[in-house]
Design a protein around this ligand. Structure first.
Ligand SMILES: Nc1ncnc2c1ncn2[C@@H]1O[C@H](COP(=O)(O)OP(=O)(O)OP(=O)(O)O)[C@@H](O)[C@H]1O
Ligand SMILES: [Mg+2]
Length: 444
C-alpha cells in the first residue's frame, strides 16, 4: 500500500511574513546546506530580505554566493533577481571568531585578552564537541537581535546525528555551567580579589598532587581560564535558553532534510519526534536527491527481459564477443547517482562516459553512426539494463518514503529530484528551489 503524504508547499511558507526563521536540519551529507541556500535564494527573489547562515559550505558553492572569506558577517549576494524588492545576504559561520566575539563582548578588555590567549580556551573554541552547534545557535540569536532581515535561514553543522543540533548546545552549556566549575568559582564570586585568592588556595589544595605531574604552568593556565570565564558562565546558559525559546516561537519553521534512504529517514523520524516533544514547529520533510524516470511505464522486469532477448540476438551477430560499450552490467554502473549515463538516459541522449556531455545526438543517431556496426541490439540491451537499474532505485526509494509516511502521516513532504551534477552555482540553487517548490520530483 502506498501512503500519500501531504505535500509540503514551500512558496506559501517563504512568502508568509510571519515566517522569520527556517532551520534546515538532518543527518550528514543529505543536502542541508544546499537546501538552506536554495531556499534563501528563492525567498529573496520572491521579495524577502533574507540572510542565510551557512556552515561549512562546499568551496564552489560558497564562491558562487560571494563568500570568499570567513569574516563572520553577512555579505550581500550579487547576481540575484531583486525586482520583487528582496535581497539575499549570506555568511559562513566561523565558530572560533563567534566565540571570540562573545568573549570580547562580555568581558573587560584585560580579562578578554587573558581568555583569548589561554590555551584551554583556544582548544575549547576551536573544536570542543558541540561548539559548532552552540555557535550556530549563538549566531542565530545575534542575527535575530539585529532585526535587519525579515527571514533568517539557518543551515546546521555536519553532525552525524540531526539531534546534535538541539542537544550539543545544552551539553556545552551544562559543562560551562557545571558543578566542577561552579565549585571552583564559588569563592571568587563571593568576594572579588580576596575571593580570587581564596580560589587559588582552594585550587592549589585540590591540585597539589596534580601540580607535580602536569606542571605548575599548565595548572596556572587552568586557573586563569576558569577564573576568566566566570564573567560569561551565566551568559552562556541564558543565551542558549533564549535561542531555544526562539526556536519554539511560532515564526520558526523546521525543515528536516533527508535522503530517500533507510538510515537518513530513520534519523529524520527521530528528529520529527523530538521536535514534537520539544514543541518546536516542524514545517515538513524535504526528501532530497530523489530519483525518477521519464519512462516509468517500462518496468524493471520488462526492461530486463527485453535486454536479455536483445542480447541473445546480439550473440548471433557476426563478430559477437567483442567487448562493446553496451555491455553495461549492474555491477559496473555502481551508484546511479554518480553515473552521467543514467542521468542522461531519460532524455534519450547518449552521454559521454568520461565527460558526461552529450554530443547532441539521439540514441538512434548514435547507433546509426557507429562505424563498425556495433550490434544495435547490444547497445539497446545495455540501455535497457540501465533503465531497469534506475527503476529499481525508484522503487526502493518509494518504499522507504512510504514507510516514513506510514509512521508520520501528518508530516508534509517535498521531494527534490537529484540534479545531474553537484549544486555549486546560483543557477543550480535556483533549480533546487524550483524543485522544492514543486514538491514532486519532475520526471527527469
Ligand atoms: N538535489 C540535488 N541534486 C544533486 N546534488 C545535490 C542535491 N542536493 C545536494 N547535492 C549535492 O550533495 C552534496 C552534499 O550536499 P550538502 O553539502 O548540501 O549536504 P549537507 O547536508 O549540508 O552536508 P554536511 O552534513 O556535510 O554539512 C553537495 O555536493 C551538493 O552539491
Ligand atoms: Mg552542510
Amino acid at each position: 500500500m502506498s501512503w500519500q503524504a501531504p505535500l509540503l508547499d514551500i512558496d506559501p511558507l517563504l512568502d508568509d511574513r510571519e515566517t522569520r526563521i527556517i532551520v534546515c536540519c538532518g543527518s550528514g551529507g543529505v543536502g542541508k546546506t544546499t537546501t538552506a541556500a536554495a531556499l534563501g535564494l528563492r525567498a529573496a527573489e520572491r521579495g524577502r530580505t533574507v540572510v542565510v547562515l551557512t556552515i561549512d559550505p562546499a568551496r564552489r558553492l560558497a564562491q558562487s554566493m560571494g563568500l570568499t572569506e570567513l569574516d563572520n558577517t553577512p555579505r550581500r549576494v550579487d547576481g540575484i533577481d531583486e525586482s520583487a524588492g528582496g535581497q539575499l545576504h549570506a555568511m559562513m559561520l566561523d565558530m572560533k571568531r563567534t566565540f571570540d566575539e562573545i568573549v570580547v563582548q562580555h568581558a573587560e578588555p584585560e580579562r578578554a585578552q587573558a581568555i583569548l590567549e589561554n590555551p584551554f580556551y583556544q582548544s575549547l573554541s576551536a573544536g570542543f564537541a558541540g561548539t559548532q552547534e552552540y555557535m550556530a545557535m549563538e549566531k542565530l540569536g545575534q542575527l535575530r537581535a539585529r532585526d535587519e532581515w525579515d527571514l533568517i535561514i539557518v543551515d546546521t553543522p555536519p553532525s552525524r546525528s540531526a539531534l546534535d543540533f538541539l542537544d550539543a548546545p545544552k551539553r556545552l552549556g551544562s559543562f560551562l555551567d557545571g558543578k566542577f566549575i561552579k565549585l571552583l568559582m564559588a569563592p571568587a564570586k563571593a568576594g572579588g580579589r580576596a575571593g580570587m585568592k581564596f580560589l587559588n588556595v582552594g585550587l592549589s589544595m585540590m591540585t597539589g598532587a596534580l601540580n607535580k605531574v602536569v606542571g605548575a604552568h599548565l595548572l596556572r593556565d587552568v586557573q586563569t581560564f576558569v577564573a576568566a570565564m566566570d564573567t560569561m558562565f551565566g551568559g552562556f546558559r541564558k543565551r542558549a535558553d533564549a535561542t531555544y525559546r526562539l526556536l519554539q516561537a511560532p515564526g520558526t519553521a523546521f525543515l528536516v532534510v533527508a535522503a530517500p534512504e533507510r538510515d537518513a529517514l530513520r534519523e529524520a523520524s527521530y528528529f520529527v519526534e523530538r521536535l514534537a516533544a520539544e514543541r518546536m514547529p516542524l514545517a515538513g520533510l524535504v526528501l532530497n536527491r530523489v530519483h525518477a524516470s521519464g519512462a516509468a511505464r517500462l518496468t524493471a522486469e520488462r526492461a530486463l527481459a527485453a535486454a536479455e532477448a536483445l542480447e541473445d540476438l546480439a550473440a548471433e551477430w557476426p563478430g559477437a564477443g567483442d567487448p562493446a560499450p553496451s555491455a553495461v552490467t549492474t555491477a559496473e554502473v555502481g551508484d546511479p547517482v554518480d553515473c552521467p549515463a543514467v542521468e542522461n538516459l531519460t532524455d534519450g541522449r547518449i552521454a559521454d562516459h568520461v565527460t558526461g556531455k552529450t554530443e547532441g545526438k539521439t540514441f538512434t543517431e548514435e547507433i546509426l553512426a557507429e562505424p563498425d556496426g556495433l550490434p544495435a541490439e547490444s547497445l539497446a540491451a545495455g540501455l535497457l539494463r540501465l533503465h531497469a537499474e534506475r527503476m529499481q532505485v525508484v522503487a526502493r526509494e518509494g518504499r522507504t518514503r512510504d514507510r516514513f509516511a506510514s509512521v508520520h502521516p501528518d508530516v508534509p513532504v517535498a521531494e527534490v529530484a537529484a540534479l545531474p551534477g553537484d549544486v555549486h552555482d546560483l543557477e543550480g540553487l535556483r533549480a533546487v528551489g524550483e524543485r522544492l517548490a514543486n514538491g514532486q520530483p519532475a520526471a527527469a
